[in-house]
Design a protein around this ligand. Structure first.
Ligand code: COA
Length: 306
């Protein structure tokens, strides 16, 4: 039990009773969906037959938080359906749910607790619950089998002057996302758009830089990459010419791979022996993309208050 306010006790319980109607109402509120009825989503029957357990959070008897945990029965457990009622969010209930799950899963002998999530709750899981980024994958089993993911052709070409507006807009969206993921290194700059437009314009005419765009099916620019060929610092192994990827906005996993391949071809022609990319630790999608492109992490930037 803990308190969200001076006098408001929240009861956190492991494998405690709840009804499917309660869970469906909470799910609809937390994930902003319609309310499923109990025949469609029978939470109680499902968790009882498939889960290692579940955690409930109750405030004055009302179900205000819930988390489900499934397992391979050995070393792995997966956190699912972590949800807190919107009117009770940011009062510590989410952390309470995850802490209870961690303790129970550890007690069950598991070694790893997994979770996947959208960008907007990265802070919650990484900063506040202690999860580390890792590569992961998700296959949409409901996508049509005659149109498998990755079947689309991705087109790339060197950027031109007329592409600058689209590139600056894509860059602004990407920066806003990065600022959410990791504000320490990506705080928004008030003149970012103007500065970037000037900077990208210069790069177009600089032979040491290569700016490539990707094009979607409607001929719109949906991604770009900026690379720079430079001499490696003397401590690099291998030394010689190195290709630094300064900026990358990937439209999709396939588009990202295609952009990196385009840069790699350019860099190889220019005598570069390796690619170097700086990427946010808290961006598992980007890390997965780089991993698929044959890169591996070499070092991390750590930061903390003084
Ligand atoms: C994600 C969720 C479970 C977090 O629960 P919560 O009870 O609000 O979280 P807590 O109060 O324990 O949060 C503690 C800290 O986590 C971080 N945090 C929580 N939610 C956050 C959010 N939406 N954005 C950024 N940081 C967040 C904050 O640092 C917060 O501390 P603060 O309030 O002092 O700033 C809840 O927001 C939720 O149910 N969201 C909708 C459903 C969902 O997306 N679930 C995750 C599916 S994997």
């Amino acid at each position: 039990m803990f308190h969200t306010g001076p006098m408001t006790p929240v009861e956190i319980g492991w494998r405690r009773p709840f009804t499917s109607s309660e869970a469906n109402r909470l799910h609809a509120e937390a994930f902003d969906t319609r309310v499923f009825d109990d025949d469609e989503w029978d939470w109680v029957a499902l968790v009882e037959s498939n889960s290692l357990g579940w955690v409930t959070a109750r405030l004055d008897g009302e179900l205000v938080g819930f988390a489900n945990v499934v397992t391979d029965g050995f070393v792995h457990a997966w956190l699912q359906d972590v949800m807190v009622h919107p009117t009770r969010q940011r009062t510590g209930i989410g952390i309470g749910l995850v802490n209870e799950v961690s303790a129970r899963v550890r007690a069950a002998g598991c070694e790893w607790l997994h979770v996947d999530f959208d960008d907007d709750v990265a802070d919650f899981y990484y900063r506040r619950c202690g999860f580390q980024p890792t590569n992961g994958g998700l296959l949409d089993l409901q996508s049509p089998i005659d149109d498998p993911p990755g079947a689309g052709v991705v087109t790339t070409r060197p950027a031109e002057e007329g592409d600058l507006d689209a590139i600056v807009a894509l860059s602004a969206t990407a920066r806003a996302r990065l600022a959410q993921l990791e504000p320490v290194c990506w705080r928004p700059h008030p003149r970012a758009d103007a500065n970037q437009r000037g900077w990208f314009g210069l790069l177009l005419n600089d032979p040491a830089h290569h700016l490539v765009v990707s094009i979607d099916g409607d001929d719109r620019i949906d991604g770009f990459i900026v690379a720079r060929a430079t001499d490696a610092p003397p401590v690099y192994d291998p030394g010689g010419r190195t290709c630094l990827i300064d900026d990358l906005v990937a439209p999709s996993p396939e588009g990202g791979t295609e952009l990196i391949d385009a840069v790699r071809r350019w860099a190889r022609t220019g005598g570069c022996t390796q690619l170097v990319v700086v990427t946010p630790t808290a961006d598992p999608g980007r890390r997965a993309l780089l991993g698929r492109s044959g890169l591996h992490p070499t070092s991390e930037w750590w930061t903390g208050p003084i």
